[in-house]
Design a protein around this ligand. Structure first.
Ligand SMILES: Nc1nc2c(c(=O)[nH]1)N[C@H]1C(S)=C(S)[C@@H](COP(=O)(O)OP(=O)(O)OC[C@H]3O[C@@H](n4cnc5c(=O)[nH]c(N)nc54)[C@H](O)[C@@H]3O)O[C@H]1N2
Ligand SMILES: Nc1nc2c(c(=O)[nH]1)N[C@H]1C(S)=C(S)[C@@H](COP(=O)(O)OP(=O)(O)OC[C@H]3O[C@@H](n4cnc5c(=O)[nH]c(N)nc54)[C@H](O)[C@@H]3O)O[C@H]1N2
Ligand code: SF4
Ligand SMILES: [Mo]
Length: 903
């Protein structure tokens, strides 16, 4: 248990001036105006001058101020768990890497980095590994994220170019969202689409996703495709385009190769393999082929597949065949996940790339980069891709591993095996902002990095827009910038001169200069116009789209062809349907799909600190179709035990027809820190796409059965506890934590059990309780001088108390009705939070819809404020309106939280 107060920081040196910076979460890349409050905190608002968001922010961006305090922060280097000075830690890292390289060669070491690094950090890491250590064993979590899009772009365009711009969404007549839950994962882009639809009611929206999501709710057509069915659908489209004369013959003749082979492969594909009905397919084909201005947005439902690269090319084929690319309102649009996923691709963070979109396997490119860096060594073959890298760690080929800004013990497929591999590695270094992650806990050396509000550099968003991130709080404790840490290690390994950077501006200039050479070699990524920025100009750098050269400023690509292939033609690829690698069978009959929720970011090291963001969904869950649930004997809000060939998990059951029969969905966010039995990647198979090496995170096979615990529980506590029950999940609330529990054994003495759980052995803490041993139920509140310090509600089935009421009572003088677990009759129960910004609960919204006759999201905003700030909850508000209209008997929309808020 850990009840100690977080250290605080004051920043008297920082004037309270507003700083323009960029959101550190998703690839939309929203501009933010942040203002230090002088006491170590800050306030944030959307930057109305930033082209990505024009002032909008989503719930996560809006709540950034709740994530920058020093609770959980790593403030000093650690060696084997003890605090150490920087010199000792850096000497040790350099020595152990040098030793491994001398004894076993450069390929015995590896870096695993992240699309959340700034471009300058990333550039230095890549330069150190590829140019100086002389290995290509640097890979990044973008392998789990964007690798299939990168590979698909390179096969079709000759380079990794996103052709279009966000403004295409406003100009399109049809937007197709493939494997993208944009409403929750790129909320500001989703809001731009919602606004575009308002301005142009003719705009049509199609969503292709096996699940019905918040994004599907805006769609005119939701196609619940079979997992991995995408190539079959897009091949059907290509054949239809050819059959109906919709091919742009002159564009194809002038700029595209491979048309006939691609068409032949398409005609050979059975459209039924998409899992869609002939009527659904026909509607899609007619809309797509009949609408010139079409943008196809795609994301992880496409990339995270063992056929990911083929899915990407199947989509690109249709845009190339129609010439619908690089012109206003049309084009394929791969949206990036992380804030600098795109920048990482540009600096060559992947094991098979060099910097500035130059190719590692191209001798001319290699020689150019080597000369520019004056590099002593340069690998000629690609390094290990993420899944293979951790296999090499497991079998001892990698002797020294440096993990920076990512949490692979949680986020890699086969996560238990990855965790064991890291634990068993001869020498592991982890750079993070916190030491409290599943990965950091395994490090031999832990290095404290500065975080978002403290560091300076650039990021590139989904539309090739490069923006500045600017520090506005001082570095806490001894934390240092990632680029500095890397450069310091490089210097200690003997390369001081090549890594003698004084500032991110200096790194950026070097990078921009290298991009000029890339431009001369015929690459797309050229920002050489920025190579001689002064420090002051870098400080004031406005967001800009690449390329930036003497002759070109931003804009779209490929309207006039001019691809980056040898003959300047795009390539259409012959692709065929391949189902996911694991097929359900008698032992593992269900397909497990995984993804994200609205208010959490990956492994929650930041969003998990925010009470606001932790209220929307407080625990890991499993979406199960009602017929499957009935067959499996899974009750609503019970706990399911899910197993695969690789591991197991316990998850809260959410019964919903939003998933297809035989398929289940679970979020990726929970970890050893927040719900140890909810680590979903423990179940995910480490199978990959043969071209991109990207793991198939969306289609593993699993078995499911009820957990049947001895008791279920809900608890609130002022101090942070790890209950140790078979199932537990912990979420931040104001002033403390709330927990969901399930245990396999019934305690002999409930009060003693609860005291142990909360660490409240002191007799000075009074317990009031209601215990029903026959039913296996107990309600116990602990009071210190009348103030509620903790409470446990246990029952034989899922516990029906008001979570929001109990969370609000924590730390307050306890009232008589505290053991009832809900507010007295005079105070209505707001229910689970829907609007995080104004903390408006589902019951409040439903009551207002019913009692005030509200008909629209705007009316709800007017009446309750809900949805009127960031707007991220608007799809859920609409769903509540729809469900109220359909079933006036207060049966709300089937949102995950409904499983946890029992009537
Ligand atoms: N709130 C929030 N936003 C985020 C993030 C976050 O952690 N939280 N992370 C960011 C990052 S790094 C990324 S990469 C993006 C990811 O953004 P998205 O890709 O939009 O999000 P996911 O939920 O991973 O997956 C999208 C959808 O793919 C569907 N899908 C699964 N299998 C298939 C299939 O075979 N075909 C099709 N067509 N669809 C399928 C899933 O049902 C799911 O709804 O989000 C970014 N934004
Ligand atoms: N099953 C399943 N698994 C998935 C996915 C899925 O859809 N399903 N999605 C995959 C995708 S697309 C992605 S992108 C990955 C994401 O997975 P991860 O990258 O592992 O997740 P994060 O929680 O974002 O990890 C970032 C880490 O960096 C730390 N950090 C934050 N800022 C800084 C900084 O400035 N410097 C340093 N050094 N550290 C910092 C954070 O504290 C955190 O520990 O997950 C992948 N895994
Ligand atoms: S959409 Fe939200 S998470 Fe993404 S960049 Fe904008 S504010 Fe940040
Ligand atoms: Mo991602």
């Amino acid at each position: 248990m850990d009840g100690s107060a977080a250290p605080s920081r004051t920043d008297p040196a920082v004037a309270r001036t507003t700083v323009r910076t960029t959101c550190p979460y998703c690839g939309v890349g929203c501009g933010i105006r942040a203002t230090p409050t002088g006491d170590g905190g800050l306030t944030v608002a959307g930057d109305s001058d930033h082209p990505a968001n024009l002032g909008r922010l989503c719930s996560k961006g809006s709540a950034l101020a709740e994530t920058t305090d020093l609770e959980n922060r790593l403030l000093a280097p650690r060696i084997d768990g003890r605090e150490a000075g920087w010199d000792e830690a850096l000497d040790l890292v350099a020595e152990r890497f040098r030793e491994a390289i001398d004894r076993h060669g450069p390929d015995s070491v590896a870096f695993y980095v992240s699309g959340q690094l700034l471009t300058e950090d990333y550039y230095v890491a890549n330069k150190l590994m590829k140019g100086f250590i002389g290995s290509a064993n640097i890979d990044t979590n973008s392998r789990l994220c964007m690798a299939s899009s990168v590979a698909g772009h390179r096969r079709a365009f000759g380079t990794d170019t996103v052709p279009g711009l966000y403004e295409d969404l406003e100009q399109a007549e049809l937007i197709v969202l493939v494997g993208s839950n944009l409403a929750w994962c790129h909320p500001v882009l989703f809001q731009r689409i919602a606004a575009a639809r308002k301005a142009n009611p003719a705009l049509r929206i199609i969503n292709i996703d096996p699940r019905r999501t918040a994004t599907s709710d805006i769609a005119d057509l939701h196609l619940a495709i079979a997992p991995g069915g995408d190539v079959a659908l897009w091949n059907a489209l290509l054949a239809h385009l050819a059959d109906t004369g919709a091919v742009n013959d002159s564009y194809v003749a002038a700029h595209v190769g491979g048309f006939q082979a691609a068409l032949d492969a398409a005609r050979d594909t059975d459209p039924a393999l998409s899992g869609l009905s002939p009527e659904e397919i026909a509607e899609f084909l007619a809309l797509w082929s009949g609408t010139e201005k079409v943008v196809t947005i795609y994301s992880q439902g496409v990339n995270q597949s063992s056929a990911g690269t083929d899915k990407v090319n199947a989509i690109l084929n249709c845009h190339l065949a129609t010439g619908r690319i690089g012109r206003p309102g049309m084009g394929p649009f791969s949206v990036t996940g992380q804030p600098n996923a795109m920048g990482g691709r540009e600096v060559g963070g992947l094991a098979n790339m060099l910097a500035c979109h130059l190719d590692l396997e191209n001798a001319e490119h290699r020689a150019a980069v080597r000369a520019f860096w004056d590099a002593p060594a340069m690998p000629e073959a690609p390094g290990l891709k993420a899944v293979d890298m951790f296999r090499a760690v497991a079998d001892g080929r990698i002797k020294a591993l440096w993990i920076i800004c990512t949490n692979p013990a949680v986020s890699m497929p086969d996560a238990d095996a990855v965790r064991d591999a890291i634990a068993g590695c001869a020498f592991t270094v982890v750079s993070d902002i916190t030491g409290q992650t599943d990965t950091a806990r395994l490090a031999d050396v832990l290095l404290p990095a500065t975080g978002w509000a403290e560091k300076d550099g650039t990021v590139t968003n989904s539309e090739r827009c490069i923006s500045r991130q600017r520090g506005l709080l001082s570095a806490p404790g001894q934390a240092r910038h990632d680029w500095q840490i890397l450069a310091d290690v490089a210097a200690r390994m003997g390369w001081a001169q090549a890594f003698d950077y004084a500032s991110p501006a200096e790194i950026f200039r070097e990078y921009a200069a290298l991009s000029g050479i890339a431009g001369q070699l015929g690459r797309d990524f050229d920002i050489s116009a920025k190579a001689s920025l002064t420090d002051a100009e870098y400080e004031g750098l406005e967001p800009f789209h690449w390329p930036r050269t003497a002759s070109r400023s931003g804009g779209r690509f490929f309207a006039e062809g001019d691809f980056f292939t040898g003959d300047r033609r795009a390539q259409m690829l012959p692709v065929s349907h391949r189902p996911p690698q694991s097929r359900p069978d008698a032992e593992f009959p269900f397909v497990l799909n995984t993804g994200r929720v609205r208010d959490h970011w990956h492994t929650m090291t930041r969003t998990g600190k925010s009470p606001r963001l932790s209220q929307h969904i407080g625990e890991p869950f499993l979406e199960v179709h009602p017929e499957d649930a009935a067959r499996l004997g899974l009750a609503p809000a019970s706990v399911a035990e899910v197993t695969s060939r690789h591991g197991s998990a316990l998850l809260r059951v959410l019964i919903t027809d939003r998933v297809r029969k035989g398929e289940v969905f679970a979020p990726m966010h929970w970890t050893g820190e927040t719900a140890p039995s909810g680590r979903i990647d423990a179940l995910v198979a480490p199978q990959t796409d043969p071209v991109s090496g990207q793991p198939e995170s969306k289609a593993s096979v699993v078995a499911i059965r009820p957990m049947a615990p001895a008791w279920h529980g809900f608890a609130v506590s002022l101090s942070r506890i790890a209950p140790g029950t078979a199932y537990w999940a912990r979420a931040r609330i104001r002033g403390g934590w709330r927990m969901e529990l399930a245990s396999r054994s019934l305690p002999g003495d409930w009060e003693a059990e609860a005291r142990r759980l909360f660490g409240l052995e002191s007799p000075g803490i009074e317990a009031v309780s209601m215990i029903d041993p026959a039913r296996g139920a107990a309600r116990i509140a602990f009071l210190e001088q009348g103030r509620l310090v903790a409470a446990l509600f246990a029952d034989s089935g899922p516990v029906g108390v008001s979570r929001s009421y109990l969370a609000g009572e924590l730390g307050q003088t306890a009232t008589a009705e505290i053991l009832s677990g809900r507010p007295g009759a005079e105070r209505p129960d707001p229910g689970a939070t829907v609007c995080a910004c104004f903390d408006v609960g589902v019951n409040t919204i439903l009551a207002a819809i019913r009692d005030q006759g509200l008909r629209s999201v705007e009316q709800i905003g007017f009446a309750l404020q809900a949805g009127s700030n960031c707007g991220s909850c608007k799809p859920e508000l609409q769903a509540l309106l729809d469900s109220s209209a359909a079933a006036p008997a207060t049966q709300p929309a089937d949102l995950p939280k409904r499983a946890f808020v029992l009537p």
